[in-house]
Design a protein around this ligand. Sequence first.
Ligand SMILES: *Cc1c(COP(=O)(O)O)cnc(C)c1O
Length: 377
Amino acid sequence: MTTKKILDFLDRHRTEGPCLVVDLEVVRKNYRTYKRALPRTRIHYAVKANPAPEVLALLVRLGASFDVASIREVEMALRAGASAGSISYGNTIKKEGDISRAHQLGIRQFAADCPEEVEKIARAAPGAQVFCRLLTDGAGAEWPLSRKFGCDPAVACDVMRHARRLGLDPCGLSFHVGSQQTDPFAWQRALEEVVRVFHVLAGDGIVIKCLNLGGGFPSRYLRDVPLAADYGREILRALRSRFGNAFPDTVIEPGRGLVGDAGAIRSEVVLISRKSGSDPLQWVYLDIGKFNGLAETMDEAIRYPITSRYGRGKAVPCILAGPTCDSVDVLYENTPCRLPHDLKIGDEVLIGGTGAYTATYASVGFNGFPPLEVHVV
Ligand SMILES: *Cc1c(COP(=O)(O)O)cnc(C)c1O
């Protein structure tokens, strides 16, 4: 969403290269919307989506907890004022030294999806709480996170038994239905497996106290997506149908859903050309591409709304590409993007919905282009 605050900021600030502007009001509104959709569920913001200090500090003030992927993110959350008790280390792939460092900083919750990781946690963070992550199929997600993370129900039971054997607290189960999950019923399918593991473990005397329902809540890009309230209703319905009214504590870990629509990127058109006299489509090259912020256009997975405040003519299909000397730096070609036919070199375009997974995905200096500039308003 390109808000008036963002447009005002852009009008007042000239920048050399592309820049991302994040409107904190939208983050605040999104947080409240998810809180309302799932009132009894704790919200752990997935820091990797956008770790801007102002975003983290706002979420601390709103009472959020945090999900982190690395020791640097632990430090960023602490610096923004989060308490160590409100941070969970949700990455299932951690160096033992990082677990140890996090434990020294007071972090008590760690995720694992195999007994080998549990061993590390037991050595580096004795007595810590362990969440076991279950595999999901990622169906319905535009940016799936399946396969790499999670384990099947039998391994999950082993993970929790192993955690107990090693003196850890096997307290929770987690899953992630895939990022930009456009199907509110995805949680229901994942919960079926979770419930089976829950009961097997209960038979072993392991009481699961918390279910971490992960992230995946979508942001609106080109197409409408279901509302937070729809997700909340389906998740609560799924929980009640399996546990009755006495279900375990629940946590969600939204990243994209909290910050995606809070940001917009201003970019400049560097070149407009055709490859041959008979080329039906023109190529539009921007000063931003896959290597300085738009990595999620990989396989054209995420389709950002792109608008121009200059060209006002009829929209025509264009192949959109980034500025680097790498042929993978093409953003939209299979499904071209529509831009005004009178767009000119030097015009600016606004790329909406870019508050999540942009600045942190920018390279430090591929081809000499600097990382994406970020402003928070
Ligand atoms: C990335 C990630 C999230 C956030 O996912 P979104 O799709 O942005 O909501 C939440 N939890 C974990 C463990 C993650 O890796």
